[in-house]
Design a protein. Structure first.
Ligand code: SF4
Length: 385
């Protein structure tokens, strides 16, 4: 198998947690899929917007967590011209939010605060049914938990349109229209050989991405993990056929599980932390998280820690420490052997526990709001009929 064939087989939205992602070569993704690099102009524009809006947040572009894009430069240009733009995102309600789902939710909140644009937030119950074989009622329960987290993370309820995929007639209609523009061989080339329900849920996602154009939005931004790239490619192919401005996307890197490999599977509870997890359990998992520590204290003082291997550093950088100066101190102390892993986890772990304690209090308050939203949107098509 050639390298690029191997990569194409790996990048898919349904099985990324089942396979070893460490063989993904990010550099080759730019060549194989034509992804665009985050250049200095984009970084400058984002930095200025963060300052203008006085945001105290992680700058995902500067920290290379968002590492690639498609037409995000055009999206920013259109934003500056005052065009009517929107952001689209969603989550498959197959489980409670963990750190992987939190990253996408955080990026969504980040872009909404940065650009003050309307967000379309899709609860992808059809995909949960197709991919995970979940009963509808369980999807709704998970959706309530997910929305409580999203609200606690700071999504602006007033500036967000929440909907349930299976109940959003205009999305389903758009999916049907999209189906007239694709062939079996197109779907097979993008997604591989799949069951019909997965192809169907992919088409519904096309409805999600393209239906905001029917509300007079001239372009959409879709912040995603690299595993969702096939959906973006298909959406852009379809947008071209409908003579629309192509959807823009930003791509974040895939974070590792707590055990240091990329199998952050929901089946392995020790490899992930959920946002509603008991604090004692979180503390225990942080004690065991994979680090870049050396074999002995003497060796670590002499050689410094192997920070690029360290999951503890990765999660602090992507999730819990906003201040760049603190991240820099952590990095320098590690690589210069000034701190050992135990001390490091004790010291910086406080930021993590502080986040969870605060987040869990807010999510409790938001549960009722989330329940009302889900109840409302799940009854919607009854009203429409
Ligand atoms: Fe990771 Fe800290 Fe150990 Fe460095 S000192 S490897 S950052 S836990």
């Amino acid at each position: 198998m050639k390298d690029n064939d191997n990569e194409k087989g790996l990048i898919n939205p349904w099985e990324m947690d089942l396979i070893e992602k460490s063989i993904i070569n990010y550099d080759r993704l730019f060549i194989n899929f034509g992804l665009q690099e985050i250049n200095e102009k984009i970084k400058k524009n984002v930095k200025e917007l963060i300052e203008e809006n006085k945001l105290k947040c992680i700058n995902y572009f500067e920290r290379n967590i968002i590492f690639a894009h498609r037409d995000f430069d055009k999206f920013l240009d259109n934003y500056k011209k005052g065009m009517n733009l929107a952001i689209i995102s969603g989550i498959k309600p197959s489980n409670d939010f963990h750190l992987g789902s939190k990253l996408i939710a955080d990026e969504l909140v980040f872009f909404q605060k940065l650009l003050k644009l309307r967000v379309y937030y899709c609860i992808a119950d059809l995909e949960a049914i197709a991919d995970n074989n979940l009963p509808y009622e369980l999807c709704l329960q998970n959706a309530i938990s997910n929305l409580a987290d999203l609200l606690a993370l700071g999504i602006d309820e007033e500036l967000t349109y929440f909907y349930l995929q299976s109940n959003e007639i205009k999305v389903l209609r758009k999916a049907f229209v999209c189906s007239t523009k694709v062939t079996n061989s197109m779907l097979k080339a993008i997604y591989g050989d799949r069951e019909i329900d997965l192809y169907l849920s992919a088409l519904v996602q096309m409805g999600d991405i393209l239906s905001p154009y029917d509300d007079n939005h001239s372009m959409v931004l879709v912040p995603v993990g690299i595993d969702q790239e096939p959906h973006i490619r298909l959406a852009r192919d379809l947008a071209e056929k409908f003579n629309l401005q192509l959807p823009s996307a930003t791509y974040n890197i895939l974070l590792r599980g707590l055990n240091g490999n990329y199998k952050m599977s929901k089946r392995d509870k020790e490899s992930l932390i959920t946002l509603n997890e008991d604090i004692t359990s979180i503390k225990r998992k942080l004690k065991n998280v994979f680090t870049g520590g050396r074999n002995t204290a003497e060796e670590q003082r002499r050689l410094g820690g192997e920070i690029d291997k360290c999951v503890f550093y990765e999660i602090c950088k992507a999730h819990f420490i906003n201040d760049d100066k603190i991240i820099e101190i952590m990095r320098n102390d590690c690589i210069n052997g000034k701190i050992l892993c135990g001390e490091c986890k004790n010291h910086y772990g406080k930021y993590i526990i502080e986040f969870f304690e605060k987040h869990q209090d807010i999510r409790k308050e938001k549960l009722e709001v989330a329940k009302n939203i889900v109840e409302d949107i799940s009854k919607k098509n009854i009203r429409q009929i």
